[in-house]
Design a protein around this ligand. Sequence first.
Ligand code: UFG
Length: 325
Amino acid sequence: MRKVLVVGGAGYIGSHTIKSLSKRSYDILVYDNLSTGHREAILYGRLVEGDLSERDKLKSVIEEFRPDAIIHFAGFIEVEESIKKPLLYYSNNTVNTINLIEVMLECGINKLIFSSTAAVYGNPEKTPVDENYPLNPINPYGQSKAFVEKMLQDISRSYDFNYVSLRYFNVAGADPDGEIGQKYRKATHLITRALKAAKGEIENLEIFGTDYNTPDGTCIRDYIHVSDLAEAHIDALEYLLEGNDSDVFNCGYGHGYSVKEVIETVKKVTGKDFKVVETARRAGDAPELVANNRHLLDTLKWKPCYDDLEFIIKTSWNWELNPKF
Ligand code: UFG
């Protein structure tokens, strides 16, 4: 049985990936500090509570488990927070990843799947954007991931070490079986905030900026269902286990929706109306981020199943109404 260490596996994307891994019979060990993740989200495999800054603990876990590969989800993800607290992002996302890679090299583990982000592109002039587009992040969150991508490139050239970096576009939705979903301390993402508004938990949903150079003036994003993204991790894992070289893949469907379109779809799916207020732009937002996903489809043979905004929102709504933890 192939063994996979899932760092940050108690989080939103990690827990969905664990569900996909379990369907393919992997032996799973989760390493997570539970700062934003949840013990109950880990449906399969064992959990070791630990932080990537605890090098000795991490090393003993890796030495004992001897995984065939590591999937690394642990990190902070809020653009706005990263502008307020850049060092938090450089330390947790960049420095802690250096710790992980150093320990991997010390233990002779040489396959890594890294959670990157569309935020590494910054504000791309052409969209859909492909993987060869120069990285030019416009916020510390994107920069913290871009630093890691550059390091990984250098490391893979100098050592017997291969990685796949997955650049996530806007991840949304919940497990279609309703077993897991996103649990957050504070809702900041558009779909989750719109669902909170539909539930009456927030009074007004704000639209951050209506003066962008897009057809309706609001930002456009490529929303990918979390279970399709989870499958991309399995495809990437198998690609590395087959002995292929390091690579980078965009993870999105290749088409986008504006903030206004998302809000209308939330109202339609939930059958609830709520107040929407147009406010100023939010710092660090790119007008349009849409993936060119040809590389993922052609090379990893990724087969998305849920490319449907209504379905994505339906699964999130179902989770909001029936959370299991
Ligand atoms: N938005 C609103 N009102 C809200 C929340 C968001 O108008 O209440 C807008 C934002 O300004 C943005 C769009 O909705 O234009 C999407 O915002 P999200 O906060 O949902 O997501 P982001 O695009 O900012 O960021 C997400 C992830 C990042 C990732 C990025 C890649 O959080 O990790 O997608 O596209 F890098």
